[in-house]
Design a protein around this ligand. Structure first.
Ligand SMILES: Nc1nc2c(ncn2[C@@H]2O[C@H](COP(=O)(O)OP(=O)(O)OP(=O)(O)O)[C@@H](O)[C@H]2O)c(=O)[nH]1
Ligand SMILES: [Mg+2]
Length: 439
């Protein structure tokens, strides 16, 4: 064992020794590679790797066969040997061919950022839905990359047993994986249908979804706004399952808040798609709270990444409030003033310290009220059926019991207004009551 490794070298720890690799490509859009590698290091540690060193290369375009140039591959191979690393983790997505060629050249396991994220997801998934989504995404990702060296699918829970397999075995495994993929897809669409039914039953509440970069503080805010007791941790991708809770009682409208999976840079499209049904909560909401950690040196990029991903999900036009979290970490008042100037509509708060929550509530209420219309109607006393239907579509803000019947005032989202008017109309013809509406 050499003395240069930074960690104790018990058998188990050596297994987790890793080297990180990133390339700096030209273009101003991209943040410096050092930032990405810091993030990759955080991801690697979350997945229990021990990152020993990072290697970078400036390139105009990645090499189609080995991603890095051949000289750099040699250098990397020496570093792997010297540090006794078992895994090399690339910051960018590798093609199946690049993945295979690199494993051959480096004589060790090679993974990329998407796969690393999937390993974390796999560790953190708790519900049936999240587990199914993760397994499906992993199998789809692994299928074209299946080689003799890919013993690591079996290493993880729920693995499919491919340690040191031969070519015939690989063919067999491919078939098994394809079968499993189609089973999982069926299961997921079943879960999706169940969720849609649940969503329909929640129509009478407003829905707010917390979205944003991983570790921004979404779950912490969720806990402040509701009585959720959601898991908050200083680790990446603590939350994988969409939790939905009622907002605390002192809020003027019945509102459900949902916490969603965190977003991250360089997350491939197909991986996002595999979390479609979790993110459907965001799609189904009336308002997005886009949470960003203002204390993070790269927070501007986090805002950009979040906006880009929301756009890919078709949510860029949804009503949203930009929420700058963790203001307790900012000592520079001028910096804060500058950001406030740039985002006049945003809310600045500290979820952890409970500062600025009232301002957020006010901002949420304002957003709702822009989209509400007030309707009044009289219903006859024997028309509880219509009342129940209205209750599902609108918020009953006042009920008065008069001689003519029940006089109600409701606030309804503009979208459901015509359905309510129809209901009131039909109730007056059926029951001969005097339904009056005013807007
Ligand atoms: N200083 C400070 N820390 C905060 C604040 N809000 C959250 N944190 C911390 O930031 C870390 C991440 O918080 P979470 O609420 O788990 O973040 P998240 O956005 O849900 O993260 P994922 O579920 O991983 O996407 C935790 O250690 C929190 O305690 C804040 O206002 N100030
Ligand atoms: Mg969370």
């Amino acid at each position: 064992m050499n003395n240069e490794t930074h960690h104790d070298s018990t058998e188990n720890q050596i297994e987790r020794n890793a080297v990180l690799v990133g390339v700096q490509l030209p273009g101003t859009e991209q943040a410096p590679i050092g930032m990405y590698l810091d993030e990759l290091k955080g991801l690697a540690e979350t997945a229990s790797y021990i990152p020993l060193l990072s290697i970078t290369q400036n390139m105009t375009t990645p090499n189609s066969k080995t991603f890095l140039g051949s000289g750099k591959v040699d250098e990397l191979e020496k570093a792997v040997k010297f540090h006794n690393a078992k895994t090399v983790i690339f910051d960018d997505r590798l093609s199946p061919a690049q993945n295979r060629n690199l494993e051959t050249a480096l004589k060790c396991r090679v993974i990329d950022r998407p796969w690393l994220i999937l390993e974390i997801f796999s560790d953190h998934a708790k519900t049936r839905e999240a587990k199914t989504q993760v397994e499906l995404a992993r199998l789809k990702y692994a299928l074209p990359r299946l080689t003799k060296m890919w013993g690591h699918l079996s290493r993880q829970r729920g693995g499919i047993g491919m340690k040191d397999v031969g070519e015939t075995q690989i063919q067999l495994d491919r078939r098994l994986i394809r079968d499993r993929i189609s089973k999982l897809e069926k299961k997921l669409s079943q879960i999706d249908r169940e969720k849609q039914t649940q969503r329909k039953s929640r129509i009478a509440s407003f829905k707010v979804a917390l979205v944003g970069y991983t570790n921004a503080g979404k779950s912490t805010l969720m806990n402040q706004l509701t009585e959720a007791g959601a898991l908050t941790e200083d680790k990446l991708f603590a939350t994988l399952d969409a939790t939905i809770r009622k907002i605390k009682k002192n809020f003027p409208y019945p509102t459900l808040v949902s916490d969603t999976v965190g977003l991250i840079d360089k997350l491939p499209h197909d991986l996002i798609a595999s979390f479609k049904s979790t993110l459907d909560e965001a799609r189904d909401s009336d308002l997005l709270l886009k949470v960003v950690d203002i204390g993070h040196p790269n927070f501007r990029n986090h805002i950009k990444t979040t906006d880009n991903l929301l756009q890919e999900m078709g949510l860029s036009e949804s009503p949203a409030i930009q929420v700058f979290n963790k203001i307790d970490q900012i000592e520079d008042a001028e910096f804060l003033l500058d950001i406030r100037g740039r985002y006049p509509e945003a809310v600045f708060l500290s979820g952890k310290k409970g500062v600025g929550l009232e301002e957020l509530r006010q901002s949420i209420t304002n957003s709702f009220e822009k989209r509400l219309t007030t309707l009044r109607a009289n219903l006859s006393y024997n028309d509880s059926d219509t009342m129940n239907k209205i209750r599902k579509l609108a918020l009953i803000v006042d009920e008065k019991y008069t001689e003519e019947g029940l006089s109600i005032t409701v606030k309804a989202p503009i979208e459901t207004k015509s359905r309510i008017l129809k209901l009131i109309g039909s109730s007056s013809t059926n029951n001969n009551s005097s339904a009056k509406t005013s807007i």
